[in-house]
Design a protein around this ligand. Sequence first.
Ligand code: BES
Ligand code: ZN
Length: 871
Amino acid sequence: MNIAVDTPSVPETIYLKDYMPPAFAVNSIDLDIRVFDTYSEVTAKLDMRRQHAGDLVLLGRDLELKSIKINGQVLSPEQYQLDSEQLTIANAPDQAVVETLVIIHPESNTQLEGLYKAGDDLFVTQNEPEGFRKITFFPDRPDVLSVFTTRVEAEKKFPVLLANGNLIEKGELDGGRHYTVWQDPTKKPSYLFACVIGDLQVLKDSYTTMEGRDVALEIYAEAKDIPKCHIAMQALKDSMKWDEVHYGRPYDLDNYMIVATSAFNMGAMENKGLNIFNTSCVLADPEYTTDAAIMRVQSVIAHEYFHNWTGNRITCRDWFQLCLKEGLTVFRDQSFSEDLQSAAVQRIDDVSVLKSHQFPEDAGPLSHPARPDHFVEINNFYTATVYEKGAEISRMMATLLGKEKFRLGTDEYFKRHDGQAVTVEDWVAALSAGSGVDLSAFLTWYNQPGTPTLEVNEEYDATTHVYTLRSKQSIKPHAKYPNLKAVPIPVAIALFDAETGEQFELESESLIENHVKDGMILFDQDEATIHFNNVTNRPVVSLLRNFSAPVNLEFAYNDAELAFLLQHETSGFNQWQAAQTLLENILLKNHDSSVYLDAITNAKLLPELIKTDPNLASRLLDLPSESYLASRIDSDYRPEIVEIKREALLNDLAKQFGEFWKTIYTTLDPKSQTEFSQAMGIRALRNIALTMMARQGSTEVFDLAYQQYQTTDNMTERLGALRVLVWFDAPQASDALQDFYNRFKDEDLAIDQWFMIQAAHPRADQARIEQLVAHPDYDLGTPNRIRAITGGLGSRPVNLWGEVGTAHFINLAKIMDQKNPIVGSRMIQALSRWYTLSEPKRSELKEKLQTLQGQAKSKNVVETIDSMLSV
Ligand code: BES
Ligand code: ZN
């Protein structure tokens, strides 16, 4: 027996520049996983071949090595070196069949990484990025691609035994046990390996690809949840079709399986042919889950499916290239979702996430390039920057190229690199070659941190009819990146006649296409000047339409011009953008609220939108969240002040509309709609209206809310009503909460919402949070349940930064540092803007974080706290 001792050491920093190809390839691996109650045995047989000089290195963590053979010969402990991270064999032969037997403990694995027990009747794996090394010894890095054959063995009380690829054998064994053998014909890196052992039911369907291949589709879940899998199944078929139509990519195996589990750190994982999903990202049913959750399910299903080409068939050379697969795949799932609902609203929601998470991340101590060049713990780099900014970079190139050229570019990428592990450079080079447009300047976007600022000034000559824009880009200096360069910034643009609101035809030599209404300019230098001819009347310019680049735009709009754009922009996204800028002016710069209020109550705007795009109408009524507003404040931040101002504006809005809210509430009926997306918009509007009526202080509103709560069969409506009752302390609140609990006590996702609403109470005090944490259903082993409370608390900055909030987060980080460091590290990031707070809060927070820094053990939490404190 041989257990490596964990030698405490300073965590090592890994650098992109140190990349070395592996000394050995693994052509194939035969895995045999035998699960028992108190341990599991794993045998692995690796067919390895030398590629380069160097030792034969197998990575392994928390493995109990029972035996190791090379080419049939048992190795004695002197013949290899073993530490807590790897097994090294010097002087290995060029062809080596390495066979190991190890013991692992999935039944006590609380980190939810590697093979772990995910409930009484279920074992699942999570191997990205570095979980496979907790299952067996292997060169666990994405540039080692192998054919996997997997045997899974367990007791028959686990009827479902799954692994990647095709089922090639199954059978019964003595002692009430059975097994299956699976073979995956496509070579893959170890992070895409998966297996599942459990007692689950299955929903089956099928899809015929454009090549005529019949694919068996299967979604596995607990019996009671099978009826909630139909929306995901439809989304899967829609995604398969969408990737064929838009990228020419058909599916390549005979089956596609999805397994739902409630014990999952993340949303979902794209394991080859065997996706594993958090229940929150696969179960969808209007009776149990909200409209937002249903939209999320569809986009995550698409995301993981799209990885089959962008991630699995073409994977990453190393983890620094993570945004190659994640950024591109997020861009693809966003595009898919834009086809499912109002494209403007989808873009609004995606840009909101970008601006409220990625922009602040990139402006603070956790800032890093979309492709980082060093890390301590790779799990800490599944960030908004890698995902969201990564998606924006792909989107910018797609926008600049236009549909046809972008397709030529991606066709070339798939042709060149199918079956390979590649880099961001390979991606940009293939796109350039295929499209015939040199995109190499976009590499700068991947390589440097920070959000660029684009400052634009205008000038109009009424005699020559020439309209001029002057631009200047800049980026905040960064201690670690001294040589920041200009980046290519595609700016979509339109000019509107200031008098009539008509859109001008654009004429300029600087336009990507001349003579168009919807134009595009590429600002790729530090400064530029652009002229438009034949602008016959003073225009109002709309810049960065559809948010064509992830930059901070500075243009001196006055509030009247913003109100004009809110009325006249033909892009729904930019109508919203104008409203948001107006609202920010009111909330952060003390502008008068009347311009916004008058514009939004304009007789035509809302009633028309409510008919054509009710979702967009609801977004135009949305105030920027307190967390977003906080992200715009860099020092002396006082959460109470932001809350007071925002509350006052909400109350003004409630008053301004008068009876209109009640009209919206009583006359709109989601049941009159045939399209889900329209009905969703109407539900959103009615929930806003209900809240506004509560703000008006109407006494009957609680009765209306209670009635809505009791009579609806729709979770969006039920929660909308419950929120009003709970957050406004209605007399019916505790009744409704009790009723909700009784109704849904066996539905984990609904109970998550029940926790969340209470934790998000405007004045969630210690007693309330303590009561939630002490509730028998609160469970530190289920990340979804933990996030229900942190998500609720975190949505109210006043509570987050108060005693109760910070204590909750710090405490949790301490516990999770030991129990589940991936989740612990994410949790503590909620406090990453501590340094913006006003004194004495700022110093108090700093001290608390420093104390935590001294106590934390895991690489994950240590690296995150170190970065957070490096301001
Ligand atoms: N590959 C990731 C899952 C993952 C994330 C594995 C972090 C290991 C560490 C998956 O494709 C993914 O990106 N999932 C997202 C959802 C997606 C819609 C952006 C997630 O889990 O949040
Ligand atoms: Zn992904």
